[in-house]
Write a protein that binds this ligand. Structure first.
Ligand code: ADP
Ligand code: ZN
Length: 721
């Protein structure tokens, strides 16, 4: 009899066996719909020897219902799902769910009606119709898309359809994308760039696993260089995946890609429309999507014919997912390349210590671009010691930085002020009674946002309108903002320079691709004088007139007990500094600090990256931290404080006693209340050789907890809150 083992997309269940009716064909990787009790589940046919489960006798098997009309998931992807589940102590079903992330795509094709101008003219030409007809020349799309393009109402377009001025066109909803042209606008590379590009192109041709670290200073042309490898893959008819750390960076990338290859790449991220996601998914699976640019979840897409992976800004912490399956997309990308037997390029100006260490050990090949392209040189970095250069009371910009901005304004150049804090002020308190505004769901202060006139929690999204009275003592005009956020810095600049055109750049102000595109256009065309932004502006952008970068508070990132705080601070400041002087005009960076002697700041001031990495390496070695030792965290949470504490105690009491692995805690997490759940943490520090995952599985597998308790495992954690 024909039987099949399914990895069903339900993390609470193990693998299940089914019967395959004669009229259905199943092979490993087939996507299947099967009965489960009275319901139906999706599952993936798996090699039964790789997915141990209970053997059910033939007579008790239920038949599967159908095989979905999509290509079976290939073996390299199945191995990746197994590896990810195993390494990050996650349920295979939870990982597999990321591969089958568009339910709509699984159900086969369909059509969609788009509209375009027919060439006929209306008998009655209203001004609105006139506007629409000129805006839609050469365009085709759904009514909704055309409404956006034409800037008229849906009723106007429907009227044009009824009048025969626009005609319907039926298209396949999963239609292929226009093809990238590898020689559309090939740049002429410098010798140094050409050397790197040749190496990448050879690696694509070789079709073997090759992990490579592209270590190039900001503005050295890393993107142009790896685009040559993309071109090679496209010429060979193979697919490419480019991972970016944030959706906000996609817009900029799309533009650059389109000017190099003639068409935009295929985009994949969680904020897309359902129809776009399903089309992308199907084209990825059928090989029609040549180059996919996406956020970390694109890593689990079912590529038909992957030839290259690029992880851009590979050091970024946002590649680490902090809930659900807690994986690090940078590391999983390397594993996918290994299973697919293809090259993977990790590109960064400030590589993670772990990546540099891999290069040093000879596991990654290191490719360097040590200087900026063309006439551009790296900016000069100056320290502004806030203990000597004191900003006026209630202000945050010290005199040298103010003078620097003034100079730029006078010359018609741009300045960028960086402060990694959204909103106006991180804390609001009552001068009268001392009351502080706190989130009811989290152990965190509410952050004032003046632009939207609200107090907001940055952890759970809880918001209240900014009050005029103190809720505690009822006094009016007594609420004081403490400390600066970007909005407050923007106010300060506006007071100092009333004529300056200022733009605040945060995830609040650039909340969608249109706003990001508008910002990039404005900044490129010189319509903005001073940009005040969070980490969102530290990377990716290339504004030729930007010649001054001011770091408002370089000490901010060093607060908190995060293991990687120093490294992250270094990377962030080096990245934002890299925005200055990217074209022919030289750049200057001013770093405001109270601790000029801190190794991070000293290394930045001296432009001595190696010194920083050496000091950081020693500190990590000493602490048994990655890459010399390993960390893992166990996070226990419940809506009930006592229940969470009890579960943490049970786990703590059962902790294994081993020579190569130490357990710390349980202790209340720094964020002891998050989204209404009380949290406790245990921290595990192990030698590199220790079998951390197996130990944790054995340890937690024995225990049982109250039903409201969640226990999460975080391997190689980035966040210690
Ligand atoms: P990185 O990614 O290393 O910061 P980019 O690839 O963004 O550097 O390059 C910086 C700027 O220099 C970009 O505007 C890019 O188009 C330009 N550039 C780099 N290399 C070349 C080249 N060979 N020819 C023309 N322009 C280049
Ligand atoms: Zn909250």
């Amino acid at each position: 009899m024909n039987r099949v083992r399914l990895l069903v997309l339900n993390a609470a269940l193990g693998p299940l066996d089914y019967r395959v009716p004669d009229h259905l064909h199943v092979e490993p990787g087939s996507v299947i719909i099967a009965p489960l009790g009275p319901r139906q589940v999706f599952g993936i046919a798996w090699e039964s020897e790789r997915l141990p489960g209970a053997e059910v006798p033939d007579a008790r098997l239920r038949p599967i219902l159908d095989v979905m009309p999509v290509p079976p998931l290939r073996a390299p992807l199945r191995r990746l799902i197994e590896w990810t589940a195993d390494y990050y102590c996650a349920a295979p079903a939870s990982v597999a769910r990321m591969s089958l992330s568009s339910g709509a795509a699984l159900r086969g094709g369909g059509t969609l009606t788009e509209y375009r101008l027919s060439g006929a003219m209306p008998s009655r030409l209203t001004p609105q119709r006139d506007v629409a007809i000129s805006a839609l020349d050469g365009e085709q799309g759904t009514i909704r898309e055309l409404v956006d393009l034409a800037g008229v109402s849906e009723a106007v377009l429907r009227g044009l359809v009824n009048a025969g001025v626009m005609e319907p066109v039926v298209v396949d909803i999963d239609r292929p994308y226009p093809l990238a042209r590898s020689d559309h606008a090939r740049p002429s590379l410098s010798d140094l760039q050409q050397g790197a590009a040749d190496r990448f192109v050879d690696a694509v041709k070789a079709r073997e696993f090759a992990p490579m670290l592209l270590d190039g200073v900001t503005g050295s042309g890393k993107t142009e260089t790896y685009f040559e490898a993309v071109a090679q893959a496209v010429d060979e008819g193979r697919q490419v995946l480019v991972l970016l750390p944030e959706i906000a960076l996609t817009e900029n990338f799309l533009k650059r890609f389109a000017s190099r290859f003639g068409v935009p790449p295929v985009v994949w991220h969680s904020n897309q429309k359902q129809s776009e996601r399903r089309r992308a998914w199907r084209q990825v699976a059928e090989g029609g999507a040549q180059v996919v640019v996406g956020a970390r979840s694109a890593l689990f897409l079912p590529f038909a014919n992957l030839g290259l992976i690029v992880v851009d800004e590979a050091h970024e912490v946002s590649f680490k997912q902090d809930d659900g399956v807690r994986y690090n997309a940078r590391d999983v990308a390397v594993m996918r390349a290994r299973f697919e037997q293809i090259p993977v390029i990790l590109a960064s100006a400030t590589p993670a210590l772990e990546s540099l260490q891999m290069a040093e050990a000879g596991i990654y090949e290191k490719i360097d671009l040590p200087s900026r392209f063309g006439a551009a040189s790296l900016p000069d970095i100056a320290i502004v010691d806030l203990r000597e250069q004191v900003p006026p009371r209630g202000r945050w910009l010290a005199p040298p930085l103010v003078a620097g901005i003034e100079e730029r304004l006078a010359r018609g150049e741009q300045a960028l002020l960086f402060l990694n804090r959204r909103g106006y002020a991180p804390l609001t308190l009552c001068r009268n009674c001392g009351f502080r505004f706190q989130c009811p769901n989290c152990s965190a202060w509410l952050v004032e946002h003046r632009l939207s006139k609200r107090l907001a929690c940055h952890h759970c999204g809880h918001e209240v309108p900014s009050p005029s009275l103190c809720p505690e003592c009822g006094e009016a005009d007594c609420l004081t903002a403490c400390g600066p956020g970007v909005e407050r810095i923007a106010d300060e600049v506006a007071e100092l320079f009333p004529d300056a055109r200022i733009q605040v750049v945060t995830s609040d102000t650039l909340s969608n691709p249109e706003k990001i595109a508008a910002f990039v256009d404005a900044a490129e065309s010189g319509a903005i004088d001073v940009i005040v932004g969070t980490q969102l502006v530290t990377k990716g952008y290339h504004f030729p007139e930007l010649t001054l970068v001011g770091v408002v508070d370089a000490d901010l990132g060093l607060e908190g007990g995060d293991l990687r705080a120093a490294e992250r601070s270094y990377q962030q400041i080096a990245q934002v500094a890299g925005r200055a002087g990217r074209a022919s005009k030289p750049g200057e960076v001013m770093i405001q600090t109270r601790h000029p002697e801190a190794p991070v700041i000293a290394a930045l001031a001296a432009g001595d990256r190696d010194a920083f990495y050496e000091a950081e390496t020693e500190a990590r070695r000493h602490a048994g931290a990655p890459p010399f030792g390993r960390w893992a965290a166990i996070i226990v949470s419940s809506e009930d404080e006592a229940e969470a504490r009890e579960a943490a105690r049970i786990i703590g009491n059962a902790a294994p006693r081993l020579d190569d692995l130490a357990v710390y805690g349980p202790a209340p997490a720094p964020l002891s209340l998050l989204r209404g759940r009380y949290r406790y943490r245990l921290l595990i520090n192990a030698r590199r050789s220790a079998a951390v995952q197996q130990t944790i599985r054995d340890w937690l597998g024995e225990l049982s907890f109250a039903p409201g308790v969640r226990v999460g495992v975080d391997i190689d954690p980035y966040s210690f809150v």
